[in-house]
Design a protein around this ligand. Structure first.
Ligand code: PLP
Length: 233
């Protein structure tokens, strides 16, 4: 499916909708970061998006990201890993990414912490499976605070907040309770841990406006900017 308009017009459309949703939640547009999710997008298109000002890019697989990042440039943007990370790819992920959104176990956090270069601090988010769907990754809400406490004790990892993938629903409005729940979990965890968790990574092409209304600070948008992806085998 060929998306409508130019890359620049779609990017502006998404930025405008983010600003509108941020305004409705009483926040300045600068409080929400747009991460362009570029899985399956050709490097040339990604380079054009960077030229248009997109400074944050997301990938969900380490191997695919390695080729893309080599072609686009490690320093061309801030690179976010938004998909599941296997422990045995922790070292490779550390070479490629500036922020990891998908920390969902103490084992993975330990692998990342243990392989960090001395002095480097890595921003990470804890992925929460809010909807409880068995197909989704993420820590269960009842295990979140224990994970956050353990991760906070690991050298080099800077827990910046929480991430979730919204439920598969037919209308964006139906995803709202899951996003509100992540915000509540964040507030509870901040009280228990006694420190701030400023980031909420939530919202994708189908539901990012609702996510921003509910407090998202990072939206991960692919299709709405780059068009529909070919189906993976
Ligand atoms: C693919 C992906 C996105 C972007 O999805 P779109 O619906 O294309 O915007 C966001 N987050 C994660 C974790 C993804 O895997």
């Amino acid at each position: 499916m060929k998306p409508e308009g130019t890359l620049g017009s779609r990017l502006n459309e998404v930025l405008g909708r983010i600003a509108g949703a941020a305004g409705r939640s009483g926040r300045p547009p600068g409080g929400v970061r747009l991460i362009g999710v570029v899985k399956t997008v050709p490097a040339e298109t990604v380079r054009e998006a960077v030229r248009l000002g997109l400074g944050d890019l997301g990938e969900n697989r380490v191997q695919e990201a390695a080729d893309k990042i080599a072609a686009v440039g490690r320093d061309a943007a801030r690179w976010h890993l938004v998909g599941h990370l296997q422990r045995n790819k922790a070292a490779r992920a550390l070479e490629l990414f500036d922020c990891i959104h998908s920390v969902d176990s103490l084992e993975l956090a330990g692998a990342l912490s243990g392989r960090l270069a001395p002095g480097r601090r890595l921003p990470v988010l804890a992925e929460v499976n809010v909807s409880g769907e068995t197909t989704k990754f993420g820590v269960a809400p009842e295990d979140l605070e224990r994970l956050l406490e353990a991760v906070a004790a690991l050298p080099g990892l800077e827990v910046r907040g929480l991430m979730t993938v919204g439920p598969a629903v037919l209308a964006p409005e139906l995803a709202r309770p899951a996003f509100a729940r992540l915000r509540t979990l964040r507030e509870q965890a901040e009280r228990t841990l006694g420190r701030a968790l400023p980031e909420l990574s939530m919202g994708m092409s189908g539901d990012y406006e609702v996510a921003v209304e509910e407090g998202s600070t990072m939206v991960r948008v692919g299709t709405a900017i780059f068009g529909a992806r070919p189906r993976r085998g």
